[in-house]
Ligand binder design. Structure first.
Ligand code: PAF
Length: 283
């Protein structure tokens, strides 16, 4: 069966209200489209719990900086809708930019702490844009649960923080990163890479795994753990580490120079030609 696609807020709310009146659980998966197995795994998970599943597809202008890839971000709505059929999604919400940001829009959401480091340091304003659109989408859909991939680890923690800080009545669930067979985390941006770059990109997962192996073997020096990662990445001179940080899984606070804590995650960003790839591995 075709997946129903709605373009405006009124129609979306109508559909969701009908499901709720019938006693259905509603799950929501916000995306920017260019769907891949990572997104589909979220739909499958929600469907396996018997929920009605809404997927939004909206390339959010507010979360891209002036020199970032908003214009070239892949827009593949037709294929995305086809793909969502295969996993039995119930509804696609594909609003226009004016539907989300009508004339006169002037309210945004800002996190003042956890958004400062990691990606936030290199993408000023990015997380304000993410939080603002996610808050608006959650208000539009009013789901019981919203699912996000752990690949965007900082994003996930910021959205959980926002939901808690603003007493939102929704479960924000983080789901495991889906990887290609060689370990590369699935991402809509992977398609920017040439075949050769794509092959080399496996070094990111190899590097993180090397750092984790050192950790498991008892290494606790932050510098040594970072070096385990950096040594692998240095096999491809075109790959530049924008950051590689070991932080708390929960509040993203930096670990001390001698890592004694548990519940840590290594979060990395790599610049590879004109592609920026992020990934992480929980220790
Ligand atoms: O992770 C993404 O694709 C986006 O940041 C999100 C959560 C859909 C908000 O635009």
């Amino acid at each position: 069966m075709a997946v129903d696609t709605v373009l405006n807020i009124v129609e979306l709310r109508d559909a969701v209200s009908r499901w709720k009146a019938d006693g259905n659980k509603v799950a929501f998966i916000p995306t920017m489209g260019a769907l891949h197995e990572g997104h589909l795994s979220l739909v499958r998970q929600a469907k396996s719990e018997g929920a009605r599943v809404v997927v939004s597809i909206f390339v959010n202008p507010l979360q891209f900086g002036p020199t970032e890839d908003y214009a070239r971000y892949p827009r593949t709505l037709k294929e995305d809708i086809q793909t969502l059929r295969t996993v039995d999604a119930d509804l696609v919400f594909a609003p226009s930019a004016v539907e989300i940001y009508p004339e006169g829009f002037q309210t945004t959401i800002r996190n003042n702490t956890m958004s400062a480091g990691l990606c936030g340091k290199f993408r000023p304003g990015h997380f304000d844009g993410v939080l603002t659109v996610v808050a608006k989408l959650l208000n539009i859909v009013s789901p019981d649960v919203a699912l996000f991939g752990k690949k965007d680890y900082q994003q996930l923690r910021l959205i959980q923080r926002m939901a808690s800080d603003l007493a939102m009545v929704v479960e924000i669930r983080g789901c495991e990163t889906i990887r290609e067979p060689d370990g590369l985390a699935m991402s809509s941006r992977n398609r920017y890479m040439t075949a050769e770059e794509r092959e080399q990109a496996t070094l990111i997962y190899q590097g993180m795994s090397a750092a984790k192996a050192s950790w498991v073997a008892g290494e606790r020096s932050l510098e040594s753990l970072r070096n385990s990662f950096a040594d692998v990445i240095s096999r491809c001179p075109r790959m530049v580490i924008q950051y590689a940080e070991i932080v708390s899984k929960y509040n993203l606070a930096a670990a001390g120079a001698k890592v004694a804590d548990k519940d840590l995650v290594l979060i990395v960003a790599i610049i590879f030609g004109d592609v920026r790839l992020i990934d992480n591995l929980e220790f």
